[in-house]
Design a protein around this ligand. Sequence first.
Ligand SMILES: *Cc1c(COP(=O)(O)O)cnc(C)c1O
Length: 362
Amino acid sequence: MKISLNTLERVEVGVLNTPLEYMPRLTEKLGKGNLYIKRDDMTGLAFGGNKSRKLDYIVKYALDNNYTTLLTYGGVQTNHGRMTIAAASKFGLKSILMCYGDKPEILSGNLVLDRMLGAEIVFMDVSEARKATPGPEQIKAYVDKRISATEMIVKKYEAQGDKVLIIPIGGHNAIGTAGYIFAVKEIIAQMKAQNIKAKYLVAGYGSTGTFAGLWIGAKYYNAPFEVIGIPMSPSPASQESCATFINEVCETFDLNIVCNPEDIRIEQGPDHDKYAGLGYNIPDPKTREYMYMLARTEGILTDPCYTGKTFRGFCELIQNNIIPNGQDAIYLHTGGTPAIWTQEHLNEIQSELWNDKDITII
Ligand SMILES: *Cc1c(COP(=O)(O)O)cnc(C)c1O
């Protein structure tokens, strides 16, 4: 199916034209080039984040094709899930969130919001898949579980007369990716208006849709910056799979752009000390150090699962002159802040920020 980018329509799940701000105190602190932040944590709906730019197009598709229900997947604390549920509520749809993992004992973080927003939450028991040998066998075990669980749930909804749109994890499809192709146009216009000369745009690299959209947008609109992806998992999606996805998206929109794996720049940090830490969503003191730094220099909050890690990567690229000394750069804040209040992260933050010796009682 070919779709023209120019005729693609959206609904307003979130707001566009999020601020592109200068970070004077962080710039001074790192002492290199001028540093900017693109505030996609401010896309609005249900605390915002990058997924709303994708959902603008996905929800439009759902409404145009008479779906009644959105179903999507994620980790237990998925931001994409939270935003999908909020978008469903806003547009009068039902929502189902299927989480990989066990039901936590205590309700915290995004899950609080997911339940407030009214989704059906399904936890998929992946204990068998977890035990499988890492690699193709394990991936197959997860996929098999997802497919069988989805079939059961969808059957239940269809029996009630619902039509269920299955949205991949992270909103990772071509029309969702359009949101970040267009974001590049927005950023270029803001750079012109504010006379910003950044040579680098640094963004998170998860399901890779955000990165893919930015990469395509940078080519399509002839951006003055290179896009660098920072993974938030120590074993991220491969450059091959990201390039394949980019080429599929470019085919869908008939863009005449081709991507090779070596065209994809991801920066992970040194092997013994990756920006992603020890694992996806594993609490990490170095990540928190950088979260506190941004909070205390610019009053901007990041989260311990995604943006704390990618912000650390952004800073270390600058501190270590991997972004050449003196070059201006933009950090894309992708949201995720409700994860600050996730139980496992709160436990760590408690021990760092809640010592009696640091708190005044008069
Ligand atoms: C989903 C997410 C990302 C990663 O975006 P992808 O498009 O999946 O690569 C980064 N930051 C936050 C806060 C997210 O929720």
